[in-house]
Design a protein around this ligand. Structure first.
Ligand code: C2E
Ligand code: MG
Ligand code: MG
Length: 443
């Protein structure tokens, strides 16, 4: 049975009543299956069905007899008689342990690891629907929790999911009104010579909500990704950044690049190459000055035919680099495979540069690796003269950080294009002072 059944909901209602009337304890376990999309992409829906049949079998094996239902494809619910929380979590852990070995399908070994949310049947539940709602919060939390994939329901999960839902609604409304989103531009500067010199800007999305005020991208980008809004937002950023670059290129003879962040979801979307080619053709930006930043996790992820996709993107003339390198997952082999143009070293690595030799060594090796692979090196998050000095010595090509400037409104960013603004009066390294202490920011 692949759908939520009224029989199963009746069972949950009865379990809640029994808990209130006789004290009989039980738990609702919701089991989600990770990477089902990946299995279907590679082996079609038959592959997905084979995985789900395998899950049904191991649930029969691991759990004691009791009401069971597949509430929607890839999500299983089981009502389990248990003495206490410990026993409920024991079953959850067994499901994860059993389901985390590969499924052998059509000669391939495929991982589709489960995650489990658990809600105990408590006396305060008035209906099975309330119990189901809380188990869903726990399952959602289990899916994203970094400390493993079993979670027991607690009210904080409801608050978190509720907050994400409210933000999603506000984001949708923001899109409809159309005037809540803008771009800030953070200067990128060449640090490979004696003087700091502007080479480009990174376009950063800004959301100003009428009540919440300025919401940081670290908070709204993940919600936009989850809610499918990132494609529209990403397109807005891409087109606006290209348009702005073309406008600025008329103000200055110096070529100024424009860096744009590309979410993994955008990269996965079919036809991303065409929409980038279209933005280039319509805005008239020189594609050699458009630089796309992809996150480290993309390289370690499951995007089918990523290499070919990146090649086609590069075919439009743009360059592609890895953002936040050193913050997460990528394996060195992946870096080599995709022949990327530039590497941005994560600000956490840069900000720990200083007297501690170990950190400096780490950054030196990272820069050496990038250079060896033919990539230029951008150091992000430079906050003081000492970090700049070390990075210049280690051979980084480009710097970005509050030491030079925070992300700026377009009018202030344009001021960087004027001669007296982009070249500091004294060489920064010799002066040891903040190059742009006077620039007001839009952060
Ligand atoms: P990112 O792409 O790594 O962008 C750099 C972030 O570091 C920016 O934060 C910038 O303000 C911050 N930063 C720059 N210099 C310094 C410094 O010296 N010290 C510190 N502490 N921070 C510094 P912001 O604008 O809050 O953006 C955060 C992240 O949100 C971005 O990280 C990027 O991953 C994402 N993001 C922003 N705009 C977009 C967008 O248009 N599309 C996508 N997909 N993601 C975006
Ligand atoms: Mg970036
Ligand atoms: Mg970054």
């Amino acid at each position: 049975m692949r759908f939520f059944t009224s029989e199963f909901m009746d069972e949950l209602d009865r379990a809640c009543a029994r808990r209130r009337e006789t004290g009989t304890t039980a738990a609702l376990l919701l089991v989600g299956i990770g990477r089902l999309d990946f299995v279907c992409w590679n082996l079609g829906f038959d592959g997905g069905e084979a995985v789900l049949d395998g899950v049904s079998k191991y649930l029969d094996h691991v759990l004691p007899p009791g009401p069971r239902s597949e509430i929607w494809p890839g999500k299983f619910a089981a009502l389990v008689p248990v003495a206490d929380v410990a026993e409920a979590m024991h079953y959850a852990h067994r499901i994860v342990a059993t389901g985390s070995v590969p499924h052998a399908i059509e000669g391939s070994a495929l991982f589709a690891p489960p995650y489990v949310g658990v809600a105990m049947v408590e006396p305060n539940y008035r209906s099975g629907a309330e119990l189901m709602r809380d188990a869903l919060f726990a399952m959602e939390d289990a899916k994203t929790h970094i400390l493993g994939n079993t979670r027991l329901y607690n009210p904080a999960q409801k608050n978190r999911v509720g907050a994400a839902f409210r933000m999603e609604t506000a984001l949708r409304e923001g899109f409809e009104t159309g005037d809540q989103f803008s771009l800030a531009f953070q200067p990128l500067v060449a640090i490979d010579g004696d003087a700091v010199r502007l080479t480009g800007f990174e376009a950063l999305a800004r959301w100003t909500h009428p009540v919440l005020g300025m919401v940081p991208p670290d908070r709204f980008i993940p919600v936009a990704e989850e809610a499918g809004l990132i494609i529209g937002l990403g397109n807005f950023v891409l087109w606006e950044a290209c348009r702005q670059q073309v406008e600025w290129s008329k103000l200055s003879d110096r070529p100024v690049a424009m860096n744009v962040n590309l979410s993994p979801i955008q990269l996965q979307a079919p036809g991303i190459e065409d929409s980038i080619a279209e933005a280039i053709a319509v805005t008239g930006i020189d594609p050699h000055l458009l630089k796309l930043e992809i996150t480290e996790s993309v390289l370690a992820g499951d995007i089918p035919d990523l290499g070919k996709k990146l090649d086609r993107l590069r075919g439009t003339g743009v360059s592609i680099g890895i953002d936040d390198f050193g913050s997460g997952y990528s394996s060195l082999g992946q870096l080599d495979r995709f022949g990327l143009d530039f590497m941005k070293i994560d600000k956490n690595l840069i900000q720990r540069l200083g007297p501690e030799a170990r950190q400096t060594e780490l950054v030196r090796l990272t820069i050496g690796l990038a250079k060896h692979l033919g990539m230029s090196v951008v150091a992000e998050g430079i906050e003081d003269a000492e970090q700049l000095r070390i990075l210049t010595e280690l051979g980084a090509d480009v710097g970005q950080g509050f030491y030079f400037s925070k992300p700026l409104q377009p009018t202030l960013a344009a001021a960087w294009l004027r001669d007296d603004y982009w070249m500091p009066p004294e060489p920064v390294i010799a002066a040891g002072t903040t190059a742009r202490s006077n620039s007001s920011a839009l952060t």
